[in-house]
Design a binder for this molecule. Structure first.
Ligand SMILES: [Fe+2]
Ligand SMILES: [Zn+2]
Length: 437
């Protein structure tokens, strides 16, 4: 289909002194697409490898995304166009680029739209532009962390706090030794969030031992998420414990709350009191992003069983007078449609003894599960370290499993949860405020 130049009388290419660009507009495929062509390089044919830039926009999308006050509320930053009165066969009748670098379209439904070229370029359907947008705003880079590298990575994620008690209205995170940023600055907060998103784990030292400190830290980002265990909870040996975590025995590697469809995603653990034993109360962490990726490459069939067989996870009990009976069914490894691991479910205490799969499939599931369990506990994949009083360990509960060794005396952690939605939101805001690309 040849491009059709529309609105010939009005159609002109206009170069801008400021942008030094020269755009023309045409339509393709029976007016289903409006095409903007950057003629700048064409005009300078002496330039080797000069490529014409074309931006292709579906006509229906342009009409749906008209930015005029009748179609879009700029105050609410929301589309208001009425879908029930939308002409789904709408076509452009005339289009031109104005001297003010706007695409002006007259539509078959009698409506007129203006779009700035800058706005359009940011929303180009070109795959490179779309991927760049998603990498920056949504599909954040994640790097798998291997146990033996944990000590090195901890140097990068070890941050000091300058916290001076719960009366302080802001929790100051100081940068690592290499940064010159001032304590508590938004830039340090952004670096911390970026690191947490990338590696899935970060440690903040020297935060004092006051209860409630993680609420203050969380307020730097957004707010904590309440669960059946409260807004925060204390991990300590308790009489009549209703959760395996609330005992002095060793706690096997696990994720928290896999029996929830909306599993809490970021776990904060603040070490208030550490065991005084020489050995005891040490923390384990394994990054299942690494374990899963390795297993997918080395044992794809077993990985596929873990990825596809739904397991029953449950928690039945009572905490602080609230009674609960939670059930969620999901595989051990959950992927998104790009085949990336988006969530891992792993908890021996909270794997239900109801296992609602065909009896013939059980043996092969246990075979795959046993391999995953071994790799999660493999010392090459697992970090073993001791939290110091005043440390706040923060990690991705959908990705890393955590546990601890047994202790005989007292040990208290205060824990709380937050969702990635909130941390990602704060990161986007900080990037914009600080002009960080
Ligand atoms: Fe836990
Ligand atoms: Zn409009």
């Amino acid at each position: 289909m040849q491009p059709r130049i529309i609105g010939r009388n009005l159609m002109r290419s206009i170069g801008s002194v400021f942008s030094r660009r020269c755009w023309t507009v045409s339509t393709e495929k029976e007016d289903r697409f409006i095409v903007l062509t950057d003629e700048t390089n064409q005009l300078d044919s002496t330039q080797p490898g000069a490529k014409t830039k074309r931006l292709i926009f579906p006509s229906i999308w342009l009409r749906d995304n008209c930015q005029c006050p009748r179609c879009f509320d700029t105050q609410a930053n929301s589309r208001t166009i009425d879908m029930m009165h939308f002409d789904w066969k709408v076509k452009p009748e005339q289009a031109q680029i104005s001297a003010a670098q706007q695409l002006k379209v007259a539509w078959s439904d009698g409506h007129h739209s203006d779009f700035s070229l800058e706005w359009l370029k940011e929303r180009s359907f070109d795959p490179d532009t779309q991927n760049a947008y998603l990498r920056r705003n949504y599909k954040f880079e994640r790097k798998a962390v291997v146990g033996e590298k944990f000590s090195g990575d901890f140097q990068k994620i070890r941050l000091q706090s300058d916290h001076r008690g719960v009366s302080s209205d802001s929790f100051k995170i100081c940068g690592a030794e290499t940064t010159t940023e001032s304590p508590g600055s938004d830039r340090v907060l952004l670096d911390w969030l970026t690191h947490l998103i990338t590696y899935g784990v970060a440690l903040i030292e020297n935060s004092g031992v006051e209860l409630g400190t993680i609420k203050i830290l969380a307020r730097r980002v957004a707010f904590l998420r309440r669960t059946q265990y409260g807004e925060t909870f204390y991990v300590e040996a308790k009489e009549g414990a209703t959760n395996s975590a609330y005992k002095a025995a060793a706690l096997q590697l696990h994720v928290d709350l896999p029996y929830n469809r909306y599993m809490p995603e970021i776990l904060f653990l603040h070490c208030i009191l550490q065991s005084k034993q020489k050995e005891g109360g040490e923390s384990h962490l394994t990054d299942c992003l690494h374990v899963g990726q390795e297993m997918k490459a080395s044992h794809p069939k077993m990985y596929d069983i873990l990825r596809s067989v739904e397991v029953d996870w449950s928690d039945i009990g009572e905490d602080s007078g609230y009674e609960f009976h939670a059930i969620h069914r999901e595989p051990v490894v959950c992927e998104n449609k790009d085949g990336e691991i988006r969530r891992v479910n792993f908890s021996q205490p909270q794997r239900d003894n109801h296992f609602n799969i065909p009896a013939e499939d059980v043996d092969s599931w246990y075979e795959a599960w046993s391999l995953f369990v071994q790799q999660v506990h493999n010392s090459e994949n697992r970090a073993l370290f001791r939290l110091t009083e005043g440390d706040i360990l923060v990690f991705d509960n959908t990705r890393l499993v955590h546990g601890r060794t047994a202790f005989n005396d007292s040990r208290i952690l205060e824990g709380g949860y937050m969702d990635w939605d909130l941390a990602h939101s704060r990161m986007r805001i900080l990037r914009k405020q600080l002009h960080v690309e």
